[in-house]
Design a protein around this ligand. Structure first.
Ligand SMILES: Nc1ncnc2c1ncn2[C@@H]1O[C@H](COP(=O)(O)OP(=O)(O)O)[C@@H](O)[C@H]1O
Ligand SMILES: [Mg+2]
Length: 317
């Protein structure tokens, strides 16, 4: 990244990052902290209509004792963030096991589950023995007034064997009471995985499900302004044209919006620009090959007035 040449006399150099200056550009813009960090911060959450709906559906699934609740959405659309919110507000009487990114073949799933529930077990014990121990644990918890909720994040990575074991897990439920409920979270392909005929019994138990879409253009603009204001900004640090451009490039995927906007503020700071403009965003794209590589949709680079603009394929360039 290069700084633009300035006419003399040069303005004072922007504050340099150091141990005492972790906010980089934050002070320059009057922010309490960087608005587009990827760290979870409830204050930075935008409760868009879709996000509220998704949260209500998840909460409903858990509270209404749906045997399986399914949440899907593309990478970076806010699934894990939503899950964190749910966990922070969940009825504390539930016994919760969170399994993120479980992998492995037959028998592995039970061990992941036991680990997540804080159970100790003999690694050499056979499958039947482990399953029995896990079932006994859940039934004892249930008798003590604690339903078990098992959450599988990144569930699209579960092996075929593990998916079949999930079905076995729901068999623990007898009669009309739910001893154990599952919350499956994953990328869109998870739906297809569960729809295979072999897993029909599992699919039939999904009583509640939701698919999280990327943000639309208007909500992307609201998202950007919301995060700017949440850290003490005015919301006008990005021009309207810049906000539209962020949408065109990121297609409304929150993680990409955050990365793009964070870099854009950094660039604006190094250029002493109080506002992020479309030109600054174009510059970020030009320089930041790692960010650009994450943009899934095919992009067409065009040159306008020596300013490289990026438009999604199909858009008039
Ligand atoms: N509604 C939202 N409001 C604010 N930030 C969001 C929202 N949804 C997602 N994000 C941000 O987007 C990033 C990716 O979210 P994450 O939950 O990790 O996505 P996923 O699990 O779907 O891959 C996180 O930094 C998160 O803070
Ligand atoms: Mg995630």
């Amino acid at each position: 990244m290069t700084k633009t040449p300035k006419a003399a006399p040069p303005p004072p150099a922007p504050p340099r990052p150091g141990p005492e200056h972790k906010g980089f550009y934050a002070e320059f813009f009057g922010f309490r902290e960087r608005p587009f960090t990827l760290l979870p911060d409830p204050e930075l959450l935008l409760w868009s209509r879709q996000y509220r709906q998704a949260f209500s559906v998840l909460e409903f699934g858990v509270v209404s004792r749906s045997p399986i609740t399914l949440l899907t959405g593309a990478i970076g659309c806010g699934k894990t963030t939503l899950l964190r919110e749910l966990l922070s507000r969940l009825d504390t009487s539930m016994t919760v096991g969170l399994i993120s990114n479980a992998q492995g073949g037959r028998g592995a799933l039970i061990q992941w589950v036991m680990n997540a529930l804080g159970m100790s077990f003999d690694h050499n014990a056979g499958y039947v023995h482990l399953f029995q121990a896990m079932q006994d644990f859940m039934i004892a918890e249930y008798a003590a007034g604690h339903r078990t909720l098992l959450i599988f994040d990144e569930a699209q990575n579960l092996s075929q064997e593990s998916l079949e074991e999930l079905r076995m897990l729901t068999n623990i439920n007898t009669g009309k009471d739910e001893v154990v409920q599952l919350l499956l979270i994953g990328q869109p392909e998870l739906r297809a995985m569960i729809s295979q005929p072999k897993l029909e019994q599992l699919a039939q138990r999904i009583a509640v499900s939701y698919h999280l879409e990327p943000l639309d253009a208007e909500t992307t603009g609201t998202f950007i302004m919301h995060r700017l204001r949440a850290v003490g900004g005015t919301g006008a640090e990005f021009t309207e044209e810049a906000r539209d451009f962020v949408y065109q490039v990121t297609h409304g995927v929150p993680r990409l919006i955050n990365q793009f906007c964070d870099m854009a503020l950094l660039y604006a700071w190094t250029q002493d620009s109080p506002q992020v403009t479309r030109q600054i965003l174009s510059r970020v794209l030009q320089d930041n090959i790692f960010f650009a590589a994450q943009i899934k949709a095919p992009l067409t680079l065009t040159r306008q007035d020596s300013d490289p603009a990026v438009t999604a394929k199909g858009d008039p360039a």
